[in-house]
Each structure stands twice: as structure tokens, then as C-alpha cells.
Design a protein around this ligand. Structure first.
Ligand code: PBG
Length: 324
């Protein structure tokens, strides 16, 4: 069929037509809201590089979690910022660590929301790398035990889902085995399966105080130039026992999200990371972009590409919009 028989504009003539043929719809059910926990009481400290986000002590995290639940968002993702860091990242798996205490408190006071915990060491190591350092390098296998220990301690505190993000080979299997040995067979793993060495994490590193003190993360996170390798990474995590797979970041990696959705039949999460959020915030503050429109367009694109779950700092704002 050729022009003028088929005229796509016929079905775009007004909003009712557009509603009728719209293929992708954002839903509050898709969202995960990230939160940054610090030690102390009654603290709510704005994160300059991520307007609208705060480092909060556990009491305020509980309050915020209530708001998130009121909006109908099914899950939060927690990052911990300990007051003390050291070489061995002992704060990551401490019984009374910042995350462990916060999870316990949330589970007591707001039981009906899923608590996902990021399992990584960069917030807890004095050098800011995601693993143990041996001979000046991030040692893969020595890190696995520590990650498993950390995941078990999160499960013990009451986490529903652990999300390993250190990009160590074998981390999903090590964590699955550790959880199972400790009778946490029901705790699921959301694996940061294809996580790139991206510049779009820099606002987060200010928020989580996790910038590496030397070097970068290119020896463990993926090269942004690679697509086939993402499929290999995800294949490994699936075979090691991941329940949910993740692609991160999202907007510059929509092709990876699309391929992951085509090739794997597990629920797929996409992480709309800090830099993707903050660049739009910054442009909106300058009056160069309409934030609400840019937010909806970005999140819709991530879903259209194939994401079932979207982790985003806009979760509350977009939920308010969708609930209207
Ligand atoms: C921990 C971790 C990072 C992010 C999530 N988990 C930072 C990093 O890998 O340096 C980034 C999230 C974001 O930018 O919003 N390793």
C-alpha cells in the first residue's frame, strides 16, 4: 500500500485517537525508588548533584518509605553510607551496619513494601573500589566471600531482594549459595548483570560518597562500546541464579535493554541512573527543557525498549502524575 492510501496521520488527529493506539504505558507498578541511608538521627541532607534527593538517617528513611508506599510504588532500593570506611569494607556486613539497621526499621514500621538492597563495597571501602585490593588490583575471588557475607547480613535484617552491583565474576552464584546455606532460599537476586563503566554515575558517587580514590572501574565494569558482551554477562548471571536481570545505565543503553528483552525470559530491570536524571534536572533549571515532559519521554522510552522494571529517582514524581 502506498501514499495516499495509508496515511498514518489519520490516527494521530486528536488525543482520543492517540490514546487508542498508544503502545506503551508507564505504570506505578513498574517503579523502584532509590534511597540513600546515613547513620545518625533526624538527618535529611540535600544531595547537590541530584536535586530532590537526600541522604537520610533511618528515621527519615522510614518516613520517606511511607510516602513511597502511599503513592503505590512497590519497592525501594537502598544504598548505605557508613560513617567509617576501611580497607576490608567491614561496614558492609556489620550486624548493626547502616543498611542492616535501616532495613530492620523499615520492615518493622512499613512492612508492606519491598526492600531491595544494593550489594556492593564501594561505599564501605576506604579506597572506594567495589572489591578487595590485592597487589594494587581489585581481586575478584577474594571479593566474592565479602559480597556473599554482605548479602546474607541484608537478608538477616529483612531485605526481600539483594542486588549485587560490584561486577565481580561469579558474584551471583556466590551470593545464591551463601543465601541458601543460611536458609534464605526465598530471598531473590536482582543482578546488575550488564553494568557499564559509565560517566553517568558521577552524581551518585557524590550522593553515596563512593568515588574511587585512585583509578577507575574499567577493569570490572563493562566497556560502553560492547553489546554482545552484555549478552554474555547476562547469560552468566542467569545461569548462576539471578531472578531479575538488570541493564545499567538505561538511556544510552536502550539497544542493550531491547536485546536483553528479546533474548532472556526473566523480568528485566533498567536503571535510569543519577546522571540521566541530573542532566535533565539541570537543563530544566536553566529553562532549556520541560522536566515533566522529559521525564515521561525518557521513562516511556526505557519501557518501550523492553524494561519491565524501572529504577528511577523520578519514581515519586512520575507516580504522582500517573495517580492524577
Ligand atoms: C555501586 C553502584 C553505583 C551505582 C549503583 N550502584 C555506582 C558505581 O558503580 O560507581 C550508580 C547509580 C546511579 O548513578 O544512579 N557500585
Amino acid at each position: 500500500m502506498q501514499f495516499p492510501e495509508y496515511r498514518p496521520r489519520r490516527l494521530r488527529r486528536n488525543e482520543n485517537f492517540r490514546r487508542l493506539i498508544r503502545e506503551t504505558r508507564l505504570n506505578v507498578d513498574d517503579l523502584v525508588y532509590p534511597l540513600f541511608v546515613i547513620e545518625g538521627k533526624n538527618i535529611k541532607k540535600p544531595i547537590d548533584s541530584m536535586p530532590g534527593n537526600f541522604q537520610m538517617s533511618a528515621d527519615n528513611i522510614v518516613k520517606e518509605t511511607r510516602n513511597v508506599r502511599e503513592l503505590g510504588i512497590p519497592a525501594i532500593l537502598l544504598f548505605g553510607i557508613p560513617s567509617q570506611k576501611n580497607e576490608l569494607a567491614t561496614g558492609a556486613f556489620a550486624k548493626d551496619g547502616v543498611i542492616q539497621q535501616a532495613v530492620k526499621k523499615i520492615k518493622n514500621e512499613v512492612p508492606d513494601i519491598l526492600v531491595i538492597t544494593d550489594v556492593c563495597l564501594c561505599e564501605y571501602t576506604s579506597h572506594g573500589h567495589c572489591g578487595m585490593i590485592e597487589k594494587g588490583e581489585v581481586a575478584n575471588d577474594a571479593t566474592l566471600e565479602v559480597l556473599a557475607e554482605t548479602a546474607i547480613s541484608h537478608a538477616r535484617a529483612g531485605a526481600d531482594v539483594v542486588a549485587p552491583s560490584a561486577m565481580m565474576d561469579g558474584q551471583v552464584m556466590a551470593i545464591r549459595e551463601g543465601l541458601d546455606e543460611n536458609n534464605f532460599e526465598d530471598i531473590s537476586i536482582m543482578a546488575y548483570a550488564a553494568k557499564y563503566a559509565s560517566c553517568f554515575y558521577s552524581p551518585f558517587r557524590e550522593a553515596a560518597e563512593s568515588t574511587p580514590q585512585y583509578g577507575d572501574r574499567k577493569a570490572y565494569q563493562m566497556d560502553p562500546a560492547n553489546g554482545d558482551e552484555a549478552i554474555r554477562e547476562i547469560t552468566l548471571d542467569v545461569s548462576e541464579g539471578a531472578d531479575i536481570i538488570m541493564v545499567k545505565p538505561a538511556l544510552a543503553y536502550l539497544d542493550i535493554i531491547y536485546r536483553a528483552k528479546q533474548e532472556f525470559d526473566l523480568p528485566l530491570a533498567a536503571y535510569n541512573v543519577s546522571g540521566e536524571y541530573s542532566m535533565i534536572k539541570a537543563a530544566a533549571n536553566l529553562g532549556w527543557l520541560d522536566e515533566e515532559k522529559a521525564m515521561v519521554e525518557s521513562l516511556t522510552a526505557i519501557k518501550r525498549a523492553g524494561a519491565d522494571i524501572i529504577i528511577t529517582y523520578w519514581a515519586q514524581e512520575v507516580a504522582k502524575l500517573l495517580n492524577k
